[in-house]
Design a protein around this ligand. Structure first.
Ligand SMILES: [Zn+2]
Length: 158
């Protein structure tokens, strides 16, 4: 049996870097926090492309249009890792996030770590859309995640 331990972390734990589609060359660009320290959702970001000279900066997130729209919240660029799935869009910010989803969806038994206040109900796992967690979609979601993994391989080594 595959056990999966939910780290109980907010999605902001994954804001280190987001892979996005370059608006200039359609290659893979990276949106990442500027400076040192532990980034949070309000840390200024810069974007740079792995395939062309594109670069840019933003001091604060662009106005949000919902967190599930498969775009980087700062630059509003489409995420590199996204694929249609179950009538919705399955997406991941980066490899860590993809690995989290693979672990979560692939696990037979889900365990959650208690936070300071007891059992967390704000973990990334518990806040995933229902269609991702639904047992009947499990196979389709795993196929979608495999497509995202393929997409990630396209930029390996860059
Ligand atoms: Zn580019």
């Amino acid at each position: 049996m595959n056990r999966f331990k939910d780290p109980g972390s907010d999605i902001s734990a994954f804001v280190g870097a987001a892979l996005v589609v370059c608006p200039r060359c359609s290659g893979c660009a990276v949106s990442r926090p500027r400076g040192g320290g532990i980034p949070d959702a309000s840390t200024p970001r810069r974007v740079s492309c792995t395939a062309c000279p594109l670069s840019g900066e933003r001091e604060s997130p662009a106005p949000a249009r919902g967190r599930d729209d498969a775009r980087d919240p700062f630059f509003r660029l489409p995420l590199w890792l996204q694929t249609p799935c179950c009538g919705a869009v399955l997406w991941a910010l980066n490899e860590d996030h993809l690995a989290f989803l693979e672990g979560y969806v692939g696990a037979d038994l889900r365990q959650r770590a208690p936070d300071d206040a007891g059992w967390s109900n704000r973990s990334t796992g518990s806040r995933l859309p229902l269609w991702i967690k639904s047992a009947k979609n499990r196979e389709a979601v795993l196929k979608g995640l495999a497509k995202l993994r393929e997409r990630l391989r396209e930029v390996r080594g860059l």
